[in-house]
Design a protein around this ligand. Structure first.
Ligand code: BGC
Length: 420
């Protein structure tokens, strides 16, 4: 009842979307990840999306979204250093054209975790040559693809750095702090320069990164070391990037170590801020763990844990959106979703998070879009094919797509929030 009495607060041009990444849907034999995770050897084409994209794009129309975030698989465009695959470029152009035909605004991610194998072998992110290679790819994309205003340069740069250079569980599989700092400098230098290139070709472009934000909490509130970890993690993971976009300087400070300052040409190089939000993480000081930190998901508020063990914590979305609003820019929630085999759990997750967004809009936050992760079940990094984030279920034997209850619920939400 309350809902009916209040005027709809979502702006008429609010972007209601879904987000995907190319590799997670279609794989790519020339990508570094193709050989990184052995599970991919058994199912290299994953959902077969590369061939079935027309059918999958129809699902977007069926859902009634007005925006779609997807990525370009760099290793398909440039399978070898000296080879541009024009067929692959036309493929992504066709996606854009179909979206435009459906009145769906495309948002392109240039880099969503995967690299061409030649790049990973010769120019990994900690080498300065990586900058020139990524910018060539960027320029090729913005100069040839027509009809795209929204660009994300990098998906979750910190996740690339933590997984690839500190934990070593993702390519290039290093545990090397100096290399991680070089990679940070190079990736963000790429962002700053790509921002200018994109604006040169697309004067009204809207450019951002998609930054993964999480809420952190001490495992034991009474433990000062757990509280210290929470403070450091919150500063580094959520705030240092915001400050760097304001000042051009990253201040990297891990507990029990000296702060390092890294200058990067990104001051003001953002038109909106993309936030990926999923969960809250509890932290415990444990001298036997890497960097003295142990992470855990606890079901403190009773919203439950997802299929992959993440805490459902809708309130945290409001928190990170408030942090993001320090930038005084429009905010887009470029990813939010749940891994579950239970459709009703997906419906609940979506409703709770969209309610939080509604409340934040009433509080005056400048939120311009929401992209549900994700359209159809896909490959989840290091977890295989069972994480099931999709609005549509995929049978990985037959590749049949079937709607979950969350698909029709999203359609209902979009319709009810798009009217006055
Ligand atoms: C990534 C996605 C991933 C999702 C769920 C995000 O951090 O951008 O690629 O599938 O989280 O883990």
């Amino acid at each position: 009842m309350k809902e009916q009495k209040q005027k709809n607060i979502f702006p008429m041009d609010f972007q209601w979307g879904v987000a995907t990444s190319a590799f997670q849907l279609e794989g790519s034999p020339a990508a570094d990840w193709a050989t990184w995770d052995p599970v991919l050897a058994g199912n290299p084409a994953i959902t077969g999306h590369y061939g079935r994209f027309r059918e999958d794009l129809k699902l977007l129309k069926e859902l009634g979204v007005n925006a779609y975030r997807f990525s370009i698989e760099w290793s398909r465009i440039q399978p070898r250093e000296d080879t541009w695959d024009h067929g692959a470029i036309s493929h992504y152009q066709e996606i854009i054209d179909i979206l435009r035909g459906y009145n769906i605004e495309p948002m392109i991610t240039l880099h969503h975790f995967t690299n061409p194998r030649w790049f990973a072998e010769r120019y990994p992110w900690h080498r300065s040559k990586s900058i020139e290679k990524f910018l060539r790819f960027t320029e090729m994309m913005v100069s040839t693809l027509k009809g795209v205003r929204y660009w994300i340069t990098f998906n979750e740069p910190y996740v690339i750095l933590i997984g690839g250079y500190l934990e070593g569980c993702t390519p290039p599989g290093e545990q090397d702090v100096p290399h991680s700092l070089l990679a940070l400098k190079n990736i963000f230098t790429c962002h700053g320069k790509a921002y200018d290139i994109i604006h040169r070709y697309v004067p009204d472009a809207q450019v951002s990164i998609a930054h993964n934000m999480s809420v952190f909490a001490p495992w034991k509130k009474w433990n000062p070391l757990d509280r210290l970890l929470k403070k450091s993690a919150n500063y580094f993971y959520n705030h240092s990037i915001i400050t760097a976009f304001q000042t051009g300087i990253f201040i990297v400070k891990f507990p029990f170590s000296r702060a390092v300052e890294i200058e990067v040409p990104i001051k003001g190089k953002l038109d909106f801020f993309g936030v990926n939000y999923y969960t809250r993480i509890h932290l415990r000081f444990n001298p036997f763990k890497k960097m003295g930190v142990e992470l855990r998901h606890l079901d403190i508020d009773g919203h439950g844990l997802t299929n992959i063990g993440w805490e459902v914590h809708p309130r945290g979305l409001a928190k990170v959106l408030r942090y993001a609003s320090r930038l005084n820019l429009p905010i887009m929630i470029t990813e939010n979703g749940i891994a579950s085999h239970d459709s009703q759990e997906k419906v609940k997750y979506m409703k709770k998070h969209i309610d939080v967004i509604e409340k934040c809009l009433r509080d005056g936050l400048n939120i311009r879009g929401y992209f549900y992760w994700t359209l159809i079940d896909n490959y989840e990094w290091l977890l295989g094919f069972d994480a099931r984030f999709g609005l549509y279920h995929v049978d990985f034997e037959t590749l049949k797509r079937s709607p979950t209850a969350a698909a029709s619920y999203y359609t209902y939400l979009i319709q009810s929030r798009s009217s006055l």
